[in-house]
Design a protein around this ligand. Structure first.
Ligand code: NAI
Length: 704
C-alpha cells in the first residue's frame, strides 16, 4: 500500500482509509494505495466487503493541485475508478465532507455509497474549464439520470447528502457515526449475499433511447443559455451521449479525449488563472503583519442603496448591525430597504418568516450617532459629497470607541481628506462595496496613507465573514475598478462619437462574453451617476482633453437616467428589464457628431473589442505602475467580480498576456496616432514588452 492509504480489518470487513491532509487529494500515492488496497481485498479470502473512507475532515475532495501542469503519473484516476469497480467483493464509499471531482468519481467506482448528513458531492471541473475525466460523465447519468447529471456537471454546484440520496447517487444517509453505519451497511450486504454492483452497468437513471435523445437535445439548447461561451459543457454532453452506445473502455477513452481537448483551450487557462487569482487576492502585507481587530458589532451610516445592501451583507454574516440615518423618515425607509431583501427571499422560498425575524433581531435602527459607541467597525455610505462625509467622520471621531475601524464606502473621494476630519486617521480605511452590496462579491479595501495594519486586516476579516472577494487598492481617483472603468467607458464614448452605434458596441461585448454591454450597464446603474461625476470633475479637466460626455450629457438633460426612468440608451417598457434601442438616441448622436464636426465611420466588432480592451489594459498597467494594485491578478479579480468581465477569459490582464503584450502595445501605438494623450502606452507595458515578460511574471514575483 502507501503511507497515504491504509487497510485495516474489522472481522471480514476491510476498511481502506485515505490519509492525505488537508483534503485527501488524489495524488499519485493515494491512487497507487487505492489500487493496492483493492488487490488485497480481492486476494484475501477472509475479506468479504470493503469500505473506502477519508481520514480527517473529508472524503477525497479532488485531484492534487500540486500535480497540475506536471507529466501525468500512473495509475490514472480513471484506471483507479475502474479497478475499484472491478473488485470482486462489494465496495462501499463512505462520504463525509466533500466528495468532489475525482473524489466523487472514486465513489462512483465503488458499488455502494453512504454519506453522513453533512456530506456533499459535486463535479466542479467546469469551474476551471475542464470536465470529469475519470468516468464521471459515464457513471453518474446511469444512476442520477442525464438531466440531473448534466445539471451537476454544468453548474459545478455542490449537492447535499439528502438531494444526492433523492437522485439515487447516495444509497444511504448515516444517522450517527459514518464508519459504524458503513460497517452495518457492509454487514447487511454480506449477510444478504449481495455482490459488487457496477455503476457503469446500471441503467436505472436512464430513460428509453428516445427520452435520452430528448434529454440531450434539451441540454444542448440549455447550454447555449446557461453556460454561454463555455467550451467544456458541450463536451460533457458529447461524452455522456457517446457512453450510452459504447463499451466502458471506449467511453473512457472518448471521455479522456474530450477532457484533453478542454485542457487545451484558452478558456481553461483563463479559468485556472481566475481560480488562483481569487485565492491570492487576500495575500497582502498588512495581513502578514497584523491580526484583525475584534469584529462583532457593525455600524452603517446611510440606509440608501448601498447602506441597506451593506447592512444585509453584515446581517447575513451573523454580525449585529446598527444603522443610522438623518431623520425618522429616512431611517424608516432604510429599514424598508433592508426588509425588502428578506421579503423577496421569503417570496422565493429561500427564507422563512421565522428566519427573517431571527436575522432582524440583530438589527437596530437609529437616528442618533451616539448609538454607535460600542461598534467595532462603522461603514459610512452617505451621499458622495466631501463636505457631508467630513461632517460624518467628525462626528464619528467623537462617538466611536477607541480602536473602532472607521470606513468609507466612497466611490471616488480622497479618503486621506475624509480621515483628516478625525483625530485617528490610523483607524480610517475605504471599504468600497459594489451594488447590490448584499450580492456582488467584490470588496475593494482601500488603503489611505495613515491606515494602521490591523485596521486594514480588519477590512479583510470583514470580507471573509461576508464571503466576499477582497482586493487591496491604493488611493487614487476611482481606486482600481472605477478608475479603469472610466478609461474604457471613455473609449466607448469616443467610438460612438466616431461612428459606432452604442448597440453594436453592446452586442460586440455580449459576444466577447460580458453578461451585458456597457450602455445597458449604464442604464442599469443610472446614467445620472456618470453625469454627476463629469460635473464634479469639470474643473479638473484639461482644455486639451477630448470630452467624453457630449452625447451622454444630452441624454441626461432629457431626464433619461436609464432603467429607473424607463428610458436611457434603451427604452424599458413596464416589466421589461432588457430594453429595446431608444429610437431618439440616434438623433442625439447625429447632432453631437455634427456639432463636433465628425464624419462617422464604420467600426468592425473586432476593432471595438481591440479599443475597449486596449484602454482597459493600458490603464491597468498604469494602476500597477503607481502601486495602486499590488499585482496584475488583483486587477483581474476586480473585473471578474465587480464588472462582469467574462471569467473564462481570466480577467483583463490575463487576457492581455494571452493576446500578447506586444499586440496590445501595437494597438496602442496605432490608436496613439489619433489621440496621443488618451492612448499613451503605460511605461510598464513598454518595459514588459522590451524584456519579453508578461503580467503573469509579475504575479509570480508578487507571490515570492
Ligand atoms: P443613496 O442616495 O441611495 O443613499 C445615501 C443615504 O445616506 C440616504 O439614505 C441619505 O438619507 C443618507 N444620508 C445622507 N447624509 C447623511 C448623514 N449625514 N447621516 C446619515 N445618513 C445620511 O446613495 P448610495 O447610492 O447608497 O451611495 C452611498 C455612497 O456609496 C456614496 O458615497 C456612493 O458613491 C457610494 N457607492 C455607491 C454605489 C452605487 O452603485 N450606488 C457603488 C459603490 C459605492
Amino acid at each position: 500500500m502507501s503511507d497515504q492509504v491504509t487497510l485495516t480489518r474489522d472481522g471480514d470487513i476491510a476498511i481502506v482509509t485515505v490519509n492525505n491532509p488537508p483534503v485527501n487529494a488524489l495524488g499519485v500515492a493515494v491512487r497507487e494505495g487505492l489500487v493496492a488496497a483493492m488487490e488485497e481485498v480481492d486476494s484475501d479470502a477472509a475479506i468479504k466487503a470493503a469500505i473506502i473512507i477519508g481520514d480527517g475532515r473529508t472524503f477525497p475532495a479532488g485531484a492534487d493541485i500540486r500535480e497540475f501542469g506536471q507529466a501525468p503519473q500512473p495509475p490514472a484516476l480513471f484506471e483507479v475508478c475502474s479497478r475499484i469497480e472491478d473488485t470482486t467483493k462489494p465496495v462501499i464509499a463512505a462520504i463525509h465532507g466533500t466528495a468532489l471531482g475525482g473524489g466523487l468519481e472514486i465513489s462512483l467506482g465503488a458499488h455502494y455509497r453512504i454519506a453522513d448528513q453533512k456530506g456533499r458531492i459535486g463535479l466542479p471541473e467546469v469551474l476551471i474549464g475542464v470536465m470529469p475525466g475519470a468516468g464521471g460523465t459515464i457513471r453518474l447519468p446511469r444512476i442520477a439520470g442525464i438531466a440531473a447529471a448534466l445539471d451537476i456537471m454544468i453548474s459545478g454546484r455542490q449537492v447535499g447528502a439528502k438531494e444526492a440520496a433523492d437522485m439515487g447517487v447516495v444509497d444511504r444517509i448515516a444517522e450517527g457515526d459514518l464508519l459504524e453505519a458503513a460497517k452495518a451497511f457492509a454487514r447487511e450486504l454480506i449477510d444478504e449475499g449481495k455482490g459488487p454492483r457496477k455503476t457503469s452497468e446500471r441503467s436505472e437513471g436512464l430513460g428509453t433511447p428516445e427520452e435520452n435523445a430528448a434529454a440531450f437535445e434539451t441540454a444542448r439548447n440549455g447550454i447555449v443559455k446557461k453556460a454561454k461561451g463555455l467550451y467544456a459543457p458541450a463536451r460533457m454532453v458529447d461524452s455522456m451521449e457517446f457512453s450510452l452506445s459504447h463499451s466502458l473502455q471506449e467511453a473512457s477513452e472518448y471521455e479522456r479525449d474530450c477532457f484533453m481537448e478542454c485542457l487545451k483551450t484558452p478558456q481553461q487557462k483563463g479559468l485556472v488563472h481566475a481560480f488562483f487569482a481569487e485565492r491570492a487576492s487576500a495575500k497582502v502585507p498588512e495581513n502578514g503583519r497584523a491580526d484583525p481587530r475584534p469584529l462583532e458589532k457593525i455600524g452603517v451610516i446611510g440606509g440608501g442603496t448601498m447602506g441597506a445592501g451593506i447592512t444585509v451583507a453584515a446581517l447575513n454574516a451573523g454580525l449585529r448591525v446598527t444603522m443610522v440615518e438623518r431623520d425618522a423618515e429616512s431611517i424608516e425607509k432604510g429599514q424598508q430597504n433592508v426588509e425588502k431583501v428578506y421579503d423577496r427571499d421569503i417570496e422565493k422560498g429561500r427564507k422563512t418568516p421565522e428566519q427573517k425575524a431571527a436575522i432582524m433581531a440583530r438589527y437596530t435602527p437609529s437616528t442618533s450617532y451616539e448609538d454607535l459607541g460600542d461598534a467595532d467597525l462603522i461603514i459610512e455610505a452617505v451621499f458622495e459629497n466631501m463636505d457631508v462625509k467630513k461632517e460624518v467622520f467628525g462626528i464619528l471621531d467623537k462617538v466611536a470607541k477607541p480602536g473602532a475601524v472607521l470606513a468609507s464606502n466612497t466611490s471616488y473621494l480622497n479618503i486621506d481628506e475624509i480621515a483628516s476630519a478625525t483625530s485617528r486617521p490610523q483607524d480610517v480605511i475605504g471599504l468600497h462595496f459594489f451594488s447590490p452590496a448584499n450580492i456582488m462579491k467584490l470588496l475593494e479595501i482601500v488603503i489611505p496613507s495613515n491606515a494602521a495594519d490591523d485596521a486594514v486586516a480588519t477590512g479583510f476579516a470583514l470580507a471573509k465573514a461576508m464571503k466576499k472577494v477582497p482586493v487591496r487598492a491604493g488611493l487614487c481617483d476611482g481606486f482600481i475598478g472605477n478608475r479603469i472603468l472610466g478609461k474604457y467607458a471613455t473609449s466607448a464614448a469616443y467610438m460612438v462619437e466616431d461612428g459606432a452605434s452604442p448597440y453594436q458596441i453592446d452586442k460586440a461585448l455580449l459576444e466577447f462574453g460580458y453578461p451585458m454591454g456597457i450602455h445597458a450597464m449604464g442604464d442599469l446603474a443610472g446614467l445620472d451617476i456618470g453625469w454627476a461625476n463629469r460635473k464634479n470633475n469639470a474643473a479638473k479637466r484639461a482644455n486639451d482633453d477630448r470630452y467624453n460626455g457630449t452625447i451622454a450629457d444630452r441624454i441626461c438633460e432629457k431626464g433619461w437616467f436609464g432603467q429607473k426612468t424607463g428610458k436611457g440608451w434603451y427604452v424599458y417598457e413596464k416589466g421589461d428589464r432588457r430594453g429595446k434601442p431608444n429610437p431618439e438616441i440616434e438623433t442625439i448622436i447625429a447632432e453631437a457628431r455634427s456639432s463636433l464636426g465628425i464624419t462617422p465611420r464604420d467600426f468592425s466588432d473586432e476593432e471595438i473589442i481591440r479599443r475597449y480592451l486596449a484602454a482597459m489594459i493600458n490603464e491597468g498597467a498604469k494602476v500597477l505602475e503607481e502601486g495602486i494594485a499590488l499585482k496584475p491578478s488583483d486587477i483581474d479579480v476586480t473585473f471578474l467580480y465587480g464588472y462582469g468581465f467574462p471569467r473564462y477569459r481570466g480577467g483583463p490582464m490575463k487576457y492581455a498576456d494571452m493576446y500578447g503584450l506586444e499586440n496590445v502595445l501595437a494597438d496602442l501605438r496605432e490608436f496613439e496616432k489619433e489621440d496621443p494623450k488618451f492612448w499613451k502606452p503605460a511605461q510598464l507595458l513598454v518595459d514588459l514588452v522590451e524584456k519579453g515578460e508578461t503580467f503573469d511574471d509579475l504575479n509570480k514575483r508578487a507571490a515570492g
